[in-house]
Design a protein around this ligand. Sequence first.
Ligand code: ZN
Length: 232
Amino acid sequence: MTFKARLDWVTGLTWVLCTCTGVAANAEPVPCNTPLIFVDTEDKELHRRVCDIAGSALPVLEQCLLKLVDPVTISFSGELGNPDELCFGLYHQGDEWIELLEPKAFEQAHTDSKSWAALPAAEHFDAIVVHEFTHALVDQTALVERACSADEEYIAYAMQLSTLPDSARDALIAASGVSQPVPVESINQVMFGLSPVSFAVRSWLHFQEPENGCGFVKKIIRGEATLWIGPE
Ligand SMILES: [Zn+2]
């Protein structure tokens, strides 16, 4: 089955991809100290914070062969997604452009979203930066198109939870109710549609097993492993 056919099948089955037809940012993005990362905000503190998070995530991502090779711009919006499918952040594939909910809107969305309430809002915001930045690097460096969005999201959530403080991650895992061990078959696009938090926790618990980790991520980006379930 082609990637497009798989995507159609999955989309028709259970879930809607978080998409957005946003407009390009107005202000000139300001470069971070880390080369190739630009943040579009006049808020100096927010600029510094987002630059620091993305820059600090780079060594973690590079261990999994995820490299920053093209410029990425991060901008902010007061609204992302739609009332049925709220997004904390979006990566516009092919455009090297990440949109994040601006901090005030993010805090409100975080409060409204009961599923992520186990995380402090500030740590959740930082983790979303890592999540979307990971999508950008996967897009830039993967050798093949991923077979399904579950493959993409596995990597993004594994990196997102890897960069959380231990106490925050433990609280999220406890609140999710996911029990261990996590069979890889339970990490799939259907689970993602049913509960992104459960998918996120399952992804990280699978990723942190010594036999998986970056080795499994590398298999996904080489096209040697997939979380795809459905017709071949
Ligand atoms: Zn994602």
